[in-house]
Design a binder for this molecule. Structure first.
Ligand code: PLP
Ligand code: FVT
Length: 437
């Protein structure tokens, strides 16, 4: 395990004294892999640098938020300019309109967009809208999907909730403090098991407001939707008068310019976004057809608000990112880099004689120490967590920073050029052999 300097140890002690668990989001702790996190002082392109001057190739990318890499000049410039003109007004700005128009132009199912401050808010608000327009209470959610930490979504949730949350029974929430009422209105199904959803609709069809799903699941490692799964959800929701909500907080502008929905050809009613569209500043968004979105206040009665929503610095950064992503060939390049990493990791695992499943879509890569690619939460959790922990540390020692838990995605971005991807693969060759011991 990486040994830290005195300075890092001291900061970690101070962190744990001042902040619960030392971190401002549980996934940053090393609880699942052991050891203590490094403190980051700066990032540049594909790299982050820690307090001790060590450089790491960053495959966390602020959990998928910084697709252009760190401190991209276009983003830095946009942020500086915006900040110089004032940090927040609580009054309309033209840039907000441009960002909304850009998002609507990219994602065909989205005609109108409301900006919020996090993915959590985006999903929470979309669910409220779905309940409002259908007049129904229940929401179907999939085990192992993570949709932020709003009460109703913290049931059988993936990501950090699966590591640091309370043990989650069939419908018991991932956290004390979630009201039984909120948890009880969330109906659970297994990812890729359409028959679970059919059974829920058979029983509760006229009470289900919405089905919310990550169209490519990326909070239980990465689990691809099997052919027919998303199409089946579309058909069932339509038949029963429920809304289909795609949570594209991770996949949006990452697996393609039109998100997973554009790439996979399934059109939801509402779409949630976050991460990439804020360029690394706090952001979320939800959008859909005009008829639905005009139910949101002040156009309609469904209340949702935010002091800092559409923040000018966030919006400037988001626009700068989307301008870069709109350039011709960008997603082809991201796909090629993702494929190069995935293929390199597969090859390294074969050579090391290690059972490693690797899946990839655009700049989203998933690894699991398992014979076959996981298809749902149970198979994702059955992967070898001990081996992941050893691999994680072996990679960290070689200067590659993965997410400190196996139920997370590997993020590759446009700053990870061929040489950087090859350096990751080279580190993995040695780390896979070492972690197999
Ligand atoms: C798919 C998905 N939805 C929602 C969220 C919540 O977003 P945020 O952390 O910005 O609240 C996340 C990640 O955190 C996510 O991965
Ligand atoms: N895949 C997990 C996340 O994106 C969550 C990040 C966080 O909660 O800090």
């Amino acid at each position: 395990m990486t040994r830290h300097s005195e300075a890092t140890q001291q900061w970690w002690e101070r962190a744990r004294h001042a902040i619960p668990g030392g971190v401002n989001s549980p996934v940053r702790a090393f609880g699942a892999v052991g050891g203590t996190p490094v403190f980051i002082v700066r990032g540049q392109g594909p790299y982050v640098y820690d307090l001790e001057g060590r450089r790491y190739i960053d495959l966390v990318q602020s959990w998928g938020a910084v697709i252009l890499g760190h401190a991209h000049p276009a983003v830095t410039e946009a942020v500086k300019r915006a900040a110089a003109d004032g940090t927040s007004f609580g009054m309309p700005t033209t840039a907000e309109v441009e960002l909304a128009e850009t998002i609507a132009g990219a994602i065909p199912s989205v005609e109108m967009v409301r900006l919020v401050n996090s993915g959590t808010e985006a999903v929470m608000s979309a669910v409220r809208l779905a309940r409002a327009v259908t007049g129904r209470p229940y929401v179907v959610k999939f085990e192992g999907c993570y949709h932020g930490h709003s009460d109703g979504m913290l049931v059988r949730a993936g990501s950090g909730a699966a590591v640091y949350g309370a043990p989650q029974g069939t419908s018991s929430p991932a956290s004390p403090g979630v009201s039984p009422g909120a948890a009880g209105e969330t109906l659970l199904a297994r990812y890729n098991h359409l028959s679970d959803v059919e059974a829920l609709f058979d029983r509760w069809g006229d009470r289900i407001a919405a089905v919310v799903v990550e169209p490519v699941a990326a909070n239980m490692g990465v689990v691809l939707p099997e052919p027919g799964f998303l199409e089946g959800l579309r058909e069932l929701t339509r038949r029963h008068g429920s809304l289909l909500i795609f949570d594209e907080v991770i996949t949006g502008f990452r697996v393609g310019w039109s998100g997973a929905q554009g790439r996979l050809g399934v059109t939801p009613d509402l779409t949630c976004l976050g991460k990439v569209i804020g360029g690394g500043l706090p952001v979320g968004a939800y959008g859909g057809p005009r008829a639905l979105m005009e139910q949101v206040a002040p156009a309609g009665p469904v209340y949702q608000a935010g002091t800092l929503s559409g923040n000018p610095i966030t919006v400037a950064a988001g626009l700068a990112v989307l301008r870069e992503l709109a350039r011709p060939g960008v997603y082809e390049r991201l796909e090629a880099l993702g494929q190069r990493l995935a293929e390199g990791l597969r090859q390294s695992a074969r050579e090391a004689g290690v059972a490693l499943s690797v899946v990839q879509m655009g700049g989203l890569v998933g690894i699991a120490f398992a014979e076959a690619a996981p298809t749902d939460f149970d198979s994702a959790r059955a992967a070898d967590a001990g081996r992941y922990a050893r691999f994680f540390h072996a990679m960290l020692e070689r200067g590659v920073h993965l997410a400190p838990a196996m139920l997370e995605a590997v993020f590759v971005g446009l700053a990870h050029d061929e040489a950087v991807v090859d350096a990751v693969v080279e580190a993995a060759q040695a780390a896979l052999i070492e972690s197999a011991r």
